[in-house]
Design a protein around this ligand. Structure first.
Ligand SMILES: N[C@@H](CCC[C@H](N)C(=O)O)C(=O)O
Length: 362
């Protein structure tokens, strides 16, 4: 079982500009007031500094370079790098020498706890490739369940691999996932463009039990959630998504007004979704500009969902609400999504940033 008895943190050399999304996880581990952390974090731009959770103090400067940190392999410790893609945050673990994740789903759930652990929406493992691919990505949600794919996660994964392999500039990898082959490409500006493959629309494969149209897809179907009839479209990007732009009472949503914590779980656990579902609530600003909030399967409300943003654009096109190329605003920031007519693939472009380095006793 994972214990958080010993956690150490090191910020990346290229320390990101401080924001609460950086400070909050640090606060949850170190239990220090946010303001004192702010000044500590600034001083931690020097990578030789180390925060020790046991002493609750900035420790003696220690010579740890990024490379030597990522190379560490002491038994009994799990070394990780915390990344985020628009605030959707992950604990990245180097498992390139292993065909199984280095920790159990139960341990992952403990590490993801924002009060008693490191705090994250999931744990991602970089593993050896299969079937000729460069790498395999596996992920546990914060509840310990294992999804097929994660869009923000695969952007973080690409940046993590580049760091592990000491690669610079434009880089592209082939990644085996539960959703098949995914191809992230790190661009010159540091953003990551990902070929997310083809959306799956066949109801049985999403999967959903909602009645399908003649193309076997579920588009603008009625879904009764506690007596409210929602209009939903179902899309899988390897993982299942239920997308709604409104209900019978309110055809066009104002997503900021939704009580996500109340309605999200009812969609997630709905009997029409045998594998549970991620749900996106969408507001349309124009044919090229959408805004969404997400309730994720196995993780709850998150600041962003990459597969969700892709599924939203596919659903918007199918419902005739938007064009194939859109900016999707999420609580953590915007993603650029394109569903290309030529190859039927969905492409997602967005940022991925390292937050801090750490070790935890397992
Ligand atoms: N946040 C992710 C999706 C992670 C998996 C999801 N919770 C599921 O269970 O399908 C993304 O960016 O795509």
């Amino acid at each position: 079982m994972a214990t958080a008895a010993s956690i150490s943190l090191t910020l990346p050399t290229q320390a990101p500009r401080l924001s609460t999304s950086v400070a909050a996880p640090l606060r949850s581990i170190c239990n220090l007031p946010l303001d004192s952390l702010r000044s500590n974090v600034y001083s931690l731009r020097n990578p030789n500094f180390r925060v020790s959770a046991s002493s609750m103090r900035i420790g003696t400067p220690e010579k740890i370079s990024k490379t030597s940190f990522l190379d560490r392999r002491e038994s009994g410790f799990l070394h990780f790098v915390k990344y985020h893609g628009l605030g959707n945050d992950f604990i990245l673990v180097d498992s390139r020498d292993s065909t199984e994740p280095r920790i159990t789903p139960e341990q992952a759930a403990k590490l993801c706890d924002r009060n008693f652990g490191i705090g994250a929406d999931g744990v991602i493992f970089a593993m050896p490739g299969v079937n000729g691919t460069d790498y395999t990505m596996r992920i546990f949600n914060s509840d310990g369940s294992e999804p097929e794919m994660c869009g923000n996660g695969v952007r973080c994964f690409a940046r993590f691999i580049a760091e592990l392999e000491n690669l610079h500039g434009k880089q592209s990898f082939t990644v085996h996932t539960g959703a098949g082959l995914i191809v992230p490409e790190i661009q010159e500006d540091g953003k990551v463009k990902v070929d997310m493959g083809e959306p799956i629309l066949k109801a049985l494969d999403v999967p959903t039990k909602l009645p399908a149209n003649k193309d076997q897809a579920v588009v603008k179907s009625d879904l009764n959630v506690d007596g409210v009839i929602w209009n939903v479209t179902c899309v899988s990007m390897g993982n299942p998504h239920c997308i709604t732009f409104g209900n019978k009472e309110s055809q066009n949503l104002t997503v900021d007004e939704l009580n996500l914590a109340a309605i999200g779980p009812k969609f997630e656990q709905h009997e029409m979704f045998p594998a549970r579902t991620n749900t996106e609530f969408v507001e349309v600003f124009s044919h090229e500009h959408l805004k969404m909030r997400v309730w994720e399967r196995g993780a709850g409300a998150t600041l962003a969902c990459g597969t969700g943003a892709c599924a939203v654009v596919v659903a918007a096109v199918l419902e005739g609400r938007a064009g194939r190329s859109c900016t999707v605003d999420l609580p953590g920031g915007p993603l650029e999504i394109e569903w290309k007519e030529e190859d039927n693939h969905v492409y997602m472009t967005g940022p991925a940033e390292a937050v801090f380095y750490g070790s935890v006793a397992v």
